[in-house]
Design a binder for this molecule. Structure first.
Ligand code: GLP
Length: 262
């Protein structure tokens, strides 16, 4: 596991965006680029907003094209139609897809209104497999260390499925529903921890003091189902990009190690 520490959220975002842009461009310039698209996993939340802004800028500047990119989003609330203010479908279109040259057919987001949500999740996993797997999964983490909507104690081998959201997550996300806890959907469709772990590379964004405990559990503590993001310790190519505030709970030795070895 690599940990990249930058001073601020903006610097972290720029680093992560440039890393992914390099990956997309290298893929497109290679023989593989002619026969298959670059498959990119994407999260929602405030963590990736800086990266998405950098993608839009780089796309406008002609430094990257998303024409040969296929995306799979991590999760979606159950029961919210696409055009709901808080659907992840809307979030992704408002903050990224409507501003870049991606083919709308290449955008994949779990359907929160599916009649049979478990079947929808199986279809999603199958589609990822048809594309030959995810090349790079960009992710974030909840304050409680969940990845996608894989709350504490979700199997670290889990595949896409319906997840019940914890009280912690409902409280954290109430801010997007006018602070009204009762309006936050209680379940979501989500890729599994195993789905993320199958990606060739995983790049996780952690910023701010409120993510410091999750970063400590991810980097320094044993792999645990209580902090599902800690499964990334077992991933062969995981990178954590963080800012200084997120490092508040790391030991000085750990912090220095990653600063010195970068
Ligand atoms: C939600 C999403 C996660 C995301 C998390 C953190 O729970 N399902 O994928 O990582 O929020 O959000 P934020 O980046 O806003 O802290």
């Amino acid at each position: 596991m690599k940990v990249i520490i930058r001073n601020t959220y903006e610097e972290m975002s720029r680093w992560a965006a440039e890393y992914i842009i390099d990956r997309i461009n290298a893929h497109n310039a290679s023989p593989a680029g002619a026969i298959r698209p670059f498959v990119l996993g994407l999260p929602t939340g405030s963590s990736p907003l800086g990266v998405y802004a950098e993608f839009i800028k780089a796309n406008r500047e002609g430094r990257v094209s998303f024409k040969n990119v296929v995306t799979f989003n991590m999760d979606e609330y159950a029961g919210l139609p696409r055009d709901h203010e808080q659907s992840y479908w809307k979030f992704m279109h408002d903050n990224l897809f409507d501003h870049i040259d991606i083919d709308p057919e290449n955008v994949n987001i779990l359907n929160g209104m599916a009649e049979d949500p478990e079947a929808e999740c199986r279809r999603y996993e199958d589609k990822i497999t048809e594309y030959g797997g995810i090349d790079l999964f960009l992710g974030g983490s909840g304050v409680d260390g969940h990845i996608a909507f894989n709350e504490p104690f979700t199997s670290l081998n889990s595949r896409a499925g319906v997840r019940k959201l914890t009280y912690d997550t409902l409280l954290a996300n109430a801010r997007f529903f006018g602070g009204d806890f009762s309006k936050v959907p209680k379940t979501a469709l989500s890729v599994g921890v195993g789905t993320v772990m199958d990606a060739a590379e995983v790049l996780l964004l952690l910023s701010g003091h409120n993510k410091a405990r999750a970063l400590r559990h991810l980097v320094e503590e044993p792999v645990s189902g209580k902090w599902t993001v800690s499964a990334l310790q077992l991933h062969p190519a995981a990178i954590i990009a963080c800012d200084e505030d997120a490092c508040d709970e790391l030991t000085v030795g750990t912090y220095k190690y990653f600063k010195e070895t970068e």
